[in-house]
Design a protein around this ligand. Structure first.
Ligand SMILES: [Zn+2]
Ligand SMILES: [Zn+2]
Length: 172
């Protein structure tokens, strides 16, 4: 009886040793860490280290979907002016006729610069190129129009009135 117990213990010890040995023997094949998973061995599933970098494209991480739109950087990069543009943490708005001049000459004072900025911002945000055409073709009776692209992480709304110009607002 005692001998039997000893052999069971011996078997157990051998088992534990084998398991440990096999564990040590895995020739790890590391899969690169991403923003959602640390470096993981393809063979044994062991993980190592922290999370990796986000894969950001057009302000959105392709892996986890987190938004990285920096409106302040876009404001600077697209040559915005405080006269016709307004920026905050979660919005950027452009107004082609900021003082709502009804006089035609005055109303066009900043339109060219503001329209050029809208075009740049659209492309910076990865919005479709047709959107700019839709914006400039908007009529007063269309009211406020919106665009929400799939996975772009940005919402756009705009309206046009001959007396107040084209007003475009980008929000997160
Ligand atoms: Zn492994
Ligand atoms: Zn990510």
């Amino acid at each position: 009886m005692k001998k039997h117990l000893l052999s069971i213990i011996a078997m157990l010890i051998i088992c534990v040793c084998m398991t440990l040995l096999v564990g040590c023997e895995c020739d790890h094949v590391w899969e690169t860490a991403t923003c959602t998973t640390p470096a993981t061995c393809k063979k044994c599933g062991k993980t190592e280290g922290g999370l990796g970098e986000h894969n950001i494209k057009n302000g959105v991480c392709l892996i986890c979907g987190k938004q990285f739109i920096n409106f302040f950087a876009i404001y600077e990069g697209c040559g915005c002016s405080s006269i016709w543009a307004e920026v905050g943490e979660d919005y950027l708005s452009i107004d082609t006729n900021p003082y709502d001049f009804s006089d035609e000459t005055l109303s066009m004072l900043w339109a060219e610069d503001a329209l050029a900025a809208i075009k740049k911002i659209n492309s910076e945000l990865g919005l479709p190129s047709y959107l700019y055409q839709e914006m400039v073709n908007t009529r007063a009776i269309d009211g406020r129009l919106t665009y929400t692209g799939p996975e772009r992480g940005v919402n756009v709304s705009w309206r046009f009135h001959p007396d107040s110009g084209l007003e475009v607002r980008y929000t997160k």
